[in-house]
Design a protein around this ligand. Structure first.
Ligand code: ADP
Length: 709
């Protein structure tokens, strides 16, 4: 079994070890390939990300350039033309949220901003009536009648008189307001309502000496009075109308005023609705109110955003303008900043320094980041990245995603990039799952890996088959050898035993008849011949195996040789009743053979023929010359050879598997030796056999050229 261990060791060293090595190398190769794939992919991502940031940059640049062009064109013209021109630019450029003007680097103006209201204290004076007009004598007299003497008819007359003499529309508005007030005090409610309506229509824009415009306060009065009159439908409609008109920017209100009026209007509406008056479509009013409230919230938001910019952007803008240029080729500086929780992305045009000295005014744009995101960033991301491979997210300054791919971002962040000039202050994050090992293997541009793995698989399968074959072969050989030892010892022992017994009997003189003695001598001869054959076979084969065999070729008369072998056999087996026929056809030319060896081969064949004859008692030995070949055939009519054994009978130690054959003693060496000897004569040995009918073993030896009979 040492052999088996050797085979396993060889298998390990010769096949498993190289396979493992190859496998490891291929695995490393795949890993390298994967790293390469990853690197290339990262570079692709980076290039695509650059295209995205450039697309955003381009969109901003376009907006900036249109502004620059407009301003350059209009700088010579009167400033009145600038606003409409800018409005046109803004209309065609969706990225422009607002234009702004920075005066003296300190004050921000938004010429196009449509604000719902102004910040408190920002309304410019000038629309209130001139102080000279505010209190003519007639009005003062009427006021005295109204407030001190409570003479309302008198006061009314006084105001009416003053109205006739008034020559300023602002004064007219104020007097009408007083008229309506007195009408109300004196119970002339309907009249008061129509006076207020007149004020709203004709004098709504007039500012009362406290600063309030007349229109909204007159509107509020109408609402209250119509409610007093019980005309709830009208009251509601007027309140809603007033509320709505407040978004119309009909009046320039400050925040506190806007709050006051909207609050009052809403309260009036809600109070009426709370009474659940019959005959009115309350739900319709209710829903109108909600719509208006939503609009108010939205507009307020925008207004607050613009007010915050107006009030708080100057320092950031100024710092940017004074802080030098980040990109010298751009006429615009970009900056993202925050004022009171509002974030702005803006572009400010650096003032071209006029010949005279420094200019401290600049134009700029507030970029609409939502549009920038939706119109430029999103399409650029969609066009440059395949959603199946790359997911992305745009992270805002607060760390929350402001935009992300359709498939939610998955896998580790492979690339993070900011925008040109750091604006807008978003970060792009790209996620890609790591490339799969199997995928890399299959898609590897070097088919080498598949080849290597196939090779390894091939080697392993081949090695396994080889090992199994050689192991089983070795096992079979081992079995045969052990069979050989036991049979050979038997082979030796039984003839020796019978020789000894017969010799003893002969020596003791106890053999009764001469005939019996003769018989004993025959048996003694046969047994010792058998021993001699066996010993010869073993020795010859051992010599051949070790390469020590030397064949002595001598020109020989083969017929004579056959005759002598057959004769000696006849002698030997005559007592068993065997008939050995020799049939030589035609003359056989003498040629060079090793006499001893050839005799031994033929002896073995005849010996087998006798051994496996069973009940048959005939063996035929034939010789003939056909086509330059000498054919010697030994035929018996015995047990024959099974089909599955026939190819193996010449193998070393092989013994037929048949029970019948097994009862016959043998070593499994005879035919091996025959084959070796015949092949040494450059001939061939063949067998034809049919179980139960007998076998024919034929030796064919090539005759030397020109010696044909
Ligand atoms: P053995 O000593 O067993 O005869 P051989 O090498 O001479 O060894 O023969 C090998 C085997 O071939 C035998 O065991 C037997 O099974 C088979 N065999 C050989 N000659 C004959 C024959 N003439 N008839 C039947 N079987 C034969």
């Amino acid at each position: 079994m040492q052999k088996r261990r050797r085979i396993v060791l060889l298998f390990g060293l010769g096949i498993v070890l190289p396979s493992l090595l190859l496998g490891y190398l291929a695995f490393r190769g795949i890993q390298n390939d994967r790293a390469l794939v990853e690197k290339e992919r990262l570079e692709d991502t980076r290039r695509a990300a650059d295209r995205v940031t450039r697309a955003v940059d381009d969109a901003m640049t376009t907006a900036e350039e249109t502004l620059a062009k407009t301003i350059a064109e209009l700088s010579e013209k009167p400033s009145a033309e600038l606003a409409p021109a800018l409005e046109k630019v803004a209309a065609v450029n969706p990225l422009v949220e607002q234009f702004f003007y920075l005066q003296d680097f300190k004050e921000v103006r938004l010429p196009l901003a449509k604000l719902l209201y102004l910040a408190d204290g920002r309304r410019e004076a000038g629309s209130s009536p001139p102080p000279g007009l505010s209190n003519p004598a007639e009005i003062q007299a009427a006021e005295r009648l109204e407030f001190q003497q409570k003479d309302y008819p008198g006061a009314l007359g006084g105001y009416r008189q003053a109205l006739k003499n008034a020559n300023d529309p602002r004064l007219e508005g104020l007097i009408l307001n007083a008229v309506a007030r007195v009408q109300r005090k004196s119970g002339l409610i309907k009249e008061a309502v129509s006076t207020y309506e007149n004020i709203v229509q004709e004098h709504g824009g007039i500012i009362i000496p406290g600063g309030m415009p007349l229109g909204p306060s007159a509107g509020l009065e109408i609402c209250a009075l119509t409610r007093e009159l019980g005309d709830l439908a009208k009251s509601l409609q007027t309140s809603l109308g007033l509320y709505k008109s407040l978004f119309g920017r009909e009046w320039t209100l400050e925040r506190a005023e806007f709050d006051f009026f909207t609050q009052r209007a809403k309260t009036l509406i809600e109070e009426v609705l709370a009474g659940q008056p019959r005959g009115l479509d309350l739900a319709a009013f209710q829903s109108k109110l909600r719509t208006l409230e939503a609009e108010e919230a939205e507009q307020r938001n925008k207004t607050e955003r613009m007010i915050a910019f107006e009030e708080g952007a100057a320092p950031a803008l100024e710092a940017k303008l004074r802080g030098g240029t980040d990109e010298p080729n751009r006429p615009f500086s970009r900056l993202a900043f925050e004022v009171r929780n509002h974030s702005y992305l803006s572009s400010i045009m650096r003032p071209t320094v006029p010949a005279g000295g420094a200019s401290n005014a600049a134009w700029g744009i507030i970029i609409d980041t939502e549009r920038l995101r939706e119109n430029s960033l999103r399409p650029a991301l969609r066009d440059n990245f395949r959603p199946s491979e790359t997911t992305w997210a745009v992270i805002g300054k607060d760390g929350a995603a402001v935009l992300s791919s359709e498939n939610p971002p998955a896998g580790p962040v492979t690339l993070r990039t900011d925008f040109v000039s750091n604006t807008p202050d978003w970060t792009l994050e790209f996620h890609q799952p790591p490339p799969r090992l199997i995928r890399t293997f299959l898609l590897s541009r070097r088919g080498l890996y598949s080849f290597v793995f196939l090779l390894i698989a091939g080697i392993l399968v081949f090695g396994l088959a080889l090992t199994i074959r050689s192991v089983s072969h070795e096992l079979e050989l081992a079995r045969m050898k052990s069979d050989f030892v036991s049979t050979v010892s038997h082979e030796f022992k039984s003839p020796l035993t019978s020789i000894r017994q017969l010799a003893e009997m002969l020596q003791s003189g106890r053999v009764p008849s001469e005939e019996r003695r003769k018989q004993y001598y025959d048996v003694l001869l046969e047994q010792s011949e058998r021993l001699a054959l066996l010993t010869d076979n073993i020795l010859s084969l051992a010599k051949i195996e070790e390469g020590r065999a030397e064949f002595a070729f001598e020109t020989t008369d083969v017929s004579a040789l056959l005759d002598s072998v057959v004769s000696s056999f006849r002698e030997r087996v005559r007592h068993e009743g065997f008939d050995i026929e020799l049939k030589v056809q035609g003359p056989i030319p003498p040629f060079a053979v090793d006499r001893n060896a050839l005799s031994q081969a033929i002896t073995n064949l005849i010996d087998n023929a006798i051994k496996y004859s069973a009940d048959s008692r005939l063996v035929v030995v034939g010789a003939s010359v056909e086509e330059q070949t000498l054919a010697i055939a030994v035929q018996d009519f015995g047990v024959g050879i099974k089909k599955e054994d026939i190819d193996r009978v010449f193998e070393r130690f092989f013994r037929g598997g048949d029970e019948l054959t097994r009862t016959v003693k043998g070593s499994g060496l005879g035919l091996t030796l025959v084959k070796e000897i015949v092949e040494a004569h450059r001939g061939r040995v063949q067998v034809e056999s049919e179980p139960g009918k007998g076998s024919v073993f034929s030796i064919r030896l090539p005759l030397p050229q020109g010696k044909e009979s």
